[in-house]
Design a protein around this ligand. Structure first.
Ligand SMILES: Cc1ncc(COP(=O)(O)O)c(C=O)c1O
Length: 451
């Protein structure tokens, strides 16, 4: 046992406090050193889609470790990576036909951006080097992905290092962006017109791709787009010959009730980043799913994606992800995501629907959030210096609940939300427990503001 007094040599997220040690887990629960059990209501950052210590995944990792741990992709392919690619794109969903395996979400986004750029070099359109993304988005913390992201606070310290190849348009965030005199259709039309105007400003033949999270995750709190939005922006991209890159690192792999969140939008991307729920936290893995159109251009052009990492197609990571995806399919867990997601929405509405400081309850499947406001009628956020989301996180954790609160919800600086992303195997009684504990935590955190 490590005593709390022992100095930690880990550079933790906060240098002011040291997190407790997690020493075990089972299903939706994590166990802390000393035995306290914490209900994991967000799988970290929407990662642990099968909960903790799922026996089939643990066994698959052991089997693969016994057989082959690593073989560099400069020399070899490996069986689990081949099988995982077959599982993901063997049926060519939405025309996606190849998978490029990396070690996480940021790497997946970086690879997608570079592949989009290379695509246009391959087809003889070298002027295409601009990317349009959205404010209030998050695409990862590596410099390319951070430049794509539109979260003001996360970008601020690194702004001098971020490329101006990216520009940002308004998010499809109805609660914050839709005007009082707009309905869903006119709001969507305005967003599409704004994207069109940005293409025109940059020069349509200089834009490589539009980048968006299908359902926005950490920076705004589970924000699905209004109906028809993705069809409209797909049309803008197609009109100008640009690619559509969807970032489903958080919202994909079943989290919203379909394997890909774009299936609910009636469109498909040219490139798609996935991670988190791909390996469910059992291994570090992400991927870019690549459309036939892009794959053909590389194959018929230079013949090689000019990119790479040491751990591409890692056999143990691929074996774990393959088993995660098989469990989701064989245990019909997408049906469970829809049913438990509906129950979670109902419970959240019962508990917070009339709460003086909850302005919005939103999301899809088991990807839900509440947004906190100082005043429901004006939607005014709390003063960010109060750090309400941090207080909620602390109050929840004290009550044995791990959830994922975030700040900057309204405009990148102001606003607070709490994101919930429980595992697909969550039970109805655990849903009740999540909402009860969250309710107490929200009230305690708001109560602490006046003290
Ligand atoms: C939408 C989205 N894209 C990219 C990333 C980056 O993924 P990672 O932290 O695995 O690098 C995240 C992480 O939260 C994310 O939510």
């Amino acid at each position: 046992m490590i005593s709390p007094a022992t100095r930690s040599r880990v550079l933790h997220r906060s240098s002011r406090s040291r997190p407790p040690l997690a020493v075990g887990g089972q299903g939706a629960w994590l166990v802390e050193q000393g035995g306290r059990e914490v209900l994991d209501a967000s799988g970290g950052a929407a990662v642990s889609c099968l909960g903790h210590q799922h026996p089939r995944i643990v066994e698959a990792i052991k089997r693969q470790a016994d057989q082959l741990c690593y073989a560099h992709t400069g020399f070899f392919s490996n069986e689990p990576a081949e099988a995982l690619a077959e599982e993901l794109v063997g049926h060519e969903p939405g025309g996606l036909s190849l998978a490029y395996f990396v070690s996480g979400g940021s790497e997946a986004v970086e690879a997608a951006l570079k592949l989009a750029r290379q695509y246009f070099l391959e087809i003889g359109q070298p002027r295409r080097s601009h990317f349009i993304a959205r404010r209030q988005s998050y695409h990862g913390n590596t410099l390319g992905a951070l430049a794509a992201g539109g979260n003001a606070a996360r970008r601020a310290p690194y702004n001098p290092l971020l490329t101006d190849a990216f520009s940002h348009v308004s998010p499809a965030f109805s609660y914050r962006e839709q005007q009082a005199d707009e309905d869903e259709a006119t709001f969507t039309a305005r967003l599409a017109a704004e994207l069109e105007a940005e293409f025109q400003r940059l020069g349509p033949d200089t834009v490589a791709a539009f980048v968006a999270e299908t359902v926005v995750g950490a920076t705004a709190g589970c924000v699905p787009a209004p109906a028809g939005y993705f069809k409209a922006i797909r049309e803008v991209c197609d009109r100008h010959g640009a690619l559509l890159i969807l970032d489903e690192v958080m919202s994909g792999m079943g989290r919203t009730g379909t394997r890909h969140a774009w299936e609910q939008e009636g469109i498909a991307p040219d490139l798609q980043a996935i991670a988190k729920g791909l390996g469910g936290g059992y291994q570090a893995i992400g991927a870019v799913l690549v459309s036939q159109r892009v794959a053909d251009a590389v194959e018929g052009g230079s013949g090689a994606f000019q990119h790479g990492h040491t751990y591409l197609c890692h056999p143990i990571a691929a074996a774990a992800a393959l088993e995660v995806q098989r469990v989701i399919r064989e245990d019909d867990l997408l049906d469970k995501v829809v049913a438990m997601g509906t129950l979670l929405e109902e419970r959240l509405t019962e508990r917070f629907g009339n709460h003086a400081h909850v302005g919005d309850i939103r999301g899809r499947g088991l990807f839900r959030a509440i947004e906190l406001v100082q005043d429901r009628s004006t939607r005014a956020p709390f003063d960010p210096s109060l750090r309400l989301h941090q207080r909620i996180k602390q109050e929840a954790f004290t009550r044995g609940l791990a959830c994922y609160p975030g700040g900057g919800t309204a405009d990148g600086q102001r606003g607070d939300h709490v994101l919930l992303a429980p595992p697909y195997i969550i039970s109805p009684s655990e849903i009740d427990m999540i909402v009860d504990r969250l309710g107490e935590a929200v009230d305690a955190a708001i109560g602490s503001l006046s003290r």
